[in-house]
Design a protein around this ligand. Structure first.
Ligand code: SF4
Length: 633
């Protein structure tokens, strides 16, 4: 069947074993672009509200976008959506790598997967063709081993693979979907949904890398200008030299490096974990995503307690160092690298896993767990205990069978430890503290799929951080001066919402937020609009339309939760955030103030066009965004 160059949408019914191709119209592509919004179109249309996330009727979508595979930096990302088994409500998770571009080259814009196969299968997509193949021989294999078997079986070293590890197969709610054995759609339990469908892997290959570009010459010029800019942009070059962990010193100095399960904002041993230390000690090389000159990914080699950490599984990102490291009070970079490798090998989200281990440590220190229950002592700072608990989750042994549900569900199952949770809607908070990045008190609360550090711009408006680039990029979104860093007043709320809408576009267009963005990135809002025009030929595409696409995506996510009966009462920060931090540094003694957060939520719902009492989208807002159909389903 001929398509339009935009790619096909493949509908996979694993129960029936059928595959059907849909050719999306241009109007549909322009409205939903790809990624999260396009996936949510099918999730909202087809998922019955009351079902369990592991019900075969749950629909898992995996979408790239109409921009994926373009010859420019930061466009190879993929988004997965479904009802979440971890978060109360909708699941949404992003990953980069070479898999996303290869999925587009294979002829597909996205997949809509329903049902459950009788026995394990994998999906093989190549040059517009699709087939389901048996995967019983892959079941139980770790990610690298499954990749090796698939490469040998298909006989093509250039295939790309997104798969569940043993964690996803066993329905561990912290499970993600792993590609390249070191990139992950980690958040919100999407690996467990894929495992519940008996779908081990999605394997893709396109022999032609040429996609139709409306203005290829201008696009190449934009790519060249970006490459030239990499060494000139201080934040981007830091990503290249020291990876995402390059920000650790900044995080520590500003008291936003969560330590001892968010009890403190500074970690006295931060230098042992920071990016330059990784670069000087265990880094083997940088890695990248398709066509990206930033090359921020880490590949490390080391050993922990005589056990090797192999380059095949990459190296820890900032979030992994934060959650498996300072969150747990662990200062041993090799232990963090080992735990990170274990997560990539078995398919576990490092943020949820590390934060769950930190929760166990605080519970243990307060006498809520015995050594017998958790396989030994687990005090903050005990690297061996951190690794032991991560392995217990990965292997689903002992207490790991409970902890794999995430800390909130583990607390519910065990009937203890609720006071020590760092969760919103059941998902663990990342390693950025709202005590300093104040707008995160709001975004962590209201985000439909739980607390997320990549859903809006971080409060950059501390006076020393306000640069010409911020002024230029944020100016395009209507912000022309620094805001008080610790304010959560109306102007900060507007900043949070507007940048959230911009980031929501990025997660819909599946663009990397280190390359495209409204703050410090390689390309700002104007170039993002230009990029859309140059690829698609939509010469009348504007920044207003871009923001509306983002707004549409946020409303779709929120509408899914509203259908489940969720409302603003679910937008609740953990109790610990309202207790003053201990330790040292600028955030010592700081706590969130409940009345301030509630007032910010009121303002946010109002600005978003949502009902202030329920926090849910109003019919008028849904209609304005062409989503009137959503609440009628
Ligand atoms: S900046 Fe890093 S994460 Fe983003 S596309 Fe480039 S290599 Fe990948």
């Amino acid at each position: 069947m001929a398509d339009t160059g935009r790619g096909r949408i493949l509908h996979v019914d694993l129960t029936a074993g059928t595959l059907e191709v849909e050719i999306p119209t241009e109007e549909f592509c322009r409205r939903y672009i790809g990624g999260s919004a396009m996936g949510m179109y099918y999730v909202l249309r087809d998922v019955p509200p009351g079902i369990d996330a592991f019900d075969p009727a749950n629909v898992m979508t995996m979408f790239v976008s109409v921009l994926t595979g373009a010859p420019i930096h930061g466009q190879s990302r993929v988004c997965v959506n479904a009802k979440s088994p971890l978060v109360d409500g909708v699941g949404d998770s992003q990953a980069g790598g070479f898999f996303p571009a290869e999925l587009r080259f294979s002829g597909f814009l996205g997949l809509v997967i329903r049902g459950r196969a009788e026995s394990p299968v994998y999906l093989w997509l190549h040059d517009g063709e699709a087939e389901l193949r048996p995967a019983g021989h892959l079941w139980g294999l770790t990610t690298a081993d499954a990749e090796d078997v698939l490469r040998a079986e298909i006989g093509d070293p250039k295939i790309e693979i997104a798969q569940v590890g043993p964690a996803g197969e066993k329905l561990v709610r912290l499970a993600g979907i792993v590609n390249m054995a070191d990139r992950m759609n980690g958040r919100t339990g999407m690996g467990a949904v894929m495992g519940s469908k008996n779908l081990k892997a999605i394997v893709v290959r396109g022999t032609s890398k040429k996609l139709p570009m409306a203005d290829g010459a201008a696009l190449n010029a934009l790519a060249r200008a970006g490459a030239k800019e990499v060494p000139e942009n201080p934040d981007v070059i830091s990503l290249k030299v020291d990876g995402t962990a390059g920000i650790i010193e900044y995080q520590h100095l500003n008291g936003t490096f969560p330590t001892f399960n968010y009890n403190e904002g500074q970690f006295v041993h931060y230098q042992k974990l920071m990016g330059p230390t990784m670069t000087e000690t265990i880094l083997v090389r940088n890695d990248t995503c398709y066509a990206c000159a930033v090359r921020c990914k880490r590949v490390v080699e080391t050993e922990f307690m005589g056990r090797p950490v192999i380059p095949r599984h990459g190296g820890p990102e900032y979030e992994s160092v934060g959650t498996l490291g300072s969150y747990c009070g662990v200062d041993d970079l090799s232990a963090v690298a080992f735990a990170n490798m274990t997560c990539n090998k078995y398919g576990l989200d490092t943020i949820g896993t590390g934060a769950t281990v930190a929760w166990v440590m605080e519970c243990f220190e307060n006498g809520l767990f015995t050594e017998e229950e958790i396989g030994g002592p687990a005090r903050f700072g005990d690297a061996a205990a951190m690794v032991r608990l991560v392995e217990a989750i990965a292997h689903q042994e002992g207490i790991g069978t409970v902890l794999g549900n995430g800390s909130r569900r583990a607390a519910d199952i065990l009937g203890r430890g609720h006071d020590y949770l760092i969760t919103v809607k059941g998902a663990e908070a990342p390693a950025h503290m709202p005590h300093f990045k104040r707008s995160f008190a709001l975004i962590y609360s209201v985000n439909a799929f739980g607390p997320d550090h990549q859903s809006s711009e971080h409060d950059p408006m501390v006076e020393e951080g306000w640069s010409d680039l911020y002024a230029e990029y944020l100016g395009q979104l209507g912000f022309d001066h620094p805001l008080p860093p610790l304010s959560l007043g109306p102007e900060k709320v507007r900043f949070a919402l507007k940048t959230q809408q911009f980031y929501a576009f990025l997660d819909t267009a599946t663009l990397c937020q280190f390359v495209w963005g409204p703050g410090w990135q390689l390309y700002g809002p104007k170039e993002t609009v230009e990029f859309v025009r140059l690829v698609t030929g939509w010469t009348d595409f504007t920044l207003d339309e871009l923001m509306e696409v983002g707004e549409r995506r946020l409303n779709m996510l929120r509408a899914f939760n509203a259908r489940l009966g969720m409302d603003r009462s679910a937008d609740r920060l953990p109790k610990k955030f309202f207790t003053p931090l201990g330790g040292t540094g600028p955030t010592a003694g700081i706590a969130m103030v409940e009345a301030d957060v509630e007032a910010a939520k009121d303002e946010y719902y109002r600005l978003a066009g949502w009902d202030v009492a329920t926090g849910n989208p109003t019919p008028g807002t849904l209609d304005r965004l062409g989503l009137g159909w959503v609440m009628q389903g």
